[in-house]
Design a protein around this ligand. Structure first.
Ligand code: GDP
Ligand code: MN
Length: 329
């Protein structure tokens, strides 16, 4: 049964893959991965870990998204590395370009000024804001209720003994994170102000028992805390909601994705804080590493039996983590 039926030039099924067409998944969910062809090997390492720690027992599908067509080499490698169905999507140009109302000269100037101050300060591609406003609109996600964001190069450093998607569905969770930290202030100078303007324009969208206090300084500003969105397990209904889409459109019109460098992490986090209550958000204590930070479960027995990470290095012990203040809310 483990025979490889490979003929050159043809995309073929992985040796790990069961007859997925007949698979009954408990939740309509998938891994969603924005990735370049050139990141094939970093992603292969990541996906093999994800399979070993979790998905080889569940066979959730994968959606790979790219602003350029995936190569046959990339598709073949992913088919072989995964135990779930693979779907390869192209991002439409309108979702990957500077909107016409942004002043290109000012944007270029802002990028030059930010240049060497912060990571990606002078990067236009970093500002495409695909993860802020567009990924959930891709047709390949239309039939899904939940997604798990994965990036090339990340590591899953512990066995995952339960199904996080099913956990989300069974417990009415809308958003799950594993690492939180603080943003570089220069990238979000007017994000808080713009968000306050949004709240004033749409007062009905901020829920009464919101968690904005988690993000607020004693004098009412933004404390730079955010969920690190390179790991995210979330409900797609959250992103597709009128609240979230109105918020993204408001921010997009304000131009700060390009004139500053608003990242999808603070944007998602502010939306979570406004639109959800605490019980709808879950801290997943999953073994996870994205350079330079990691979450490493600290329970001695669990760590010893199931992990290959050092619990003393877990972000939870870093002063820049906002997870303890989240849990204390
Ligand atoms: P960082 O985590 O903030 O340092 O940024 P990354 O370099 O990890 O980029 C975030 C995600 O977007 C990763 O999944 C990348 O593979 C993906 N990504 C970034 N730029 C591009 C691009 O130009 N094209 C494609 N297809 N993916 C990209
Ligand atoms: Mn990354």
């Amino acid at each position: 049964a483990l025979m490889l039926a490979y003929s050159p030039g043809q995309i073929c099924e992985s040796r790990l893959k069961p007859a997925n067409a007949n698979l009954e998944l408990p939740v309509r969910a998938a891994f969603v991965i924005l990735v370049r062809n050139s990141e094939l090997h970093e992603l292969r390492a990541t996906v093999r870990q994800l399979e070993d720690q979790f998905n080889s027992r569940h066979h959730y599908p994968y959606v790979f998204l790219n602003d350029e067509p995936f190569t046959d080499e990339f598709k073949q490698a992913m088919e072989w590395a995964t135990s779930g169905d693979c779907h390869f999507g192209l991002i439409p140009y309108e979702h990957w370009s500077m909107p016409p109302w942004v002043d290109r000269v000012r944007a270029k100037w802002a990028m030059a000024m930010m240049g060497s101050q912060v990571p990606y300060g002078d990067s236009e591609s970093y500002r495409k804001m695909y993860e802020s406003g567009f990924f959930f609109q891709h047709p390949l996600l239309a039939d899904l209720d939940y997604y798990w964001r994965v990036e090339p190069g990340v590591e899953f450093s512990c066995y995952i003994p339960y199904d996080p998607f099913k956990f989300m569905a069974d417990n009415n969770k809308m958003y799950g994170f594993t690492i939180s930290l603080r943003e570089f202030p220069v990238t979000v100078r007017t994000l808080w102000k713009t968000t306050s303007a949004f709240r004033a324009a749409y007062p009905e969208y901020t829920v009464p028992n919101n968690t904005l206090q988690w993000l607020t300084t004693p004098n009412g500003g933004y404390n730079m805390c955010h969920f690190w969105s390179n790991f995210e397990i979330a409900s797609l209904d959250f992103f597709r909601s009128p609240q979230y889409t109105a918020y993204f459109d408001f921010l997009d019109r304000a131009g700060g994705f390009f004139l500053e460098r608003w990242g999808d992490a603070p944007v998602h986090s502010l939306a979570v804080a406004m639109f959800l209550n605490k019980s709808q958000v879950h801290y997943f204590d999953i073994g996870y590493y994205h350079s330079p930070f990691q979450n490493c479960p600290t329970d001695p027995q669990f760590n010893a039996e199931h992990c290959f990470c050092n619990p003393n290095r877990s972000m939870i012990f870093n002063d820049d983590s906002c997870t303890n203040s989240w849990l204390d809310l």
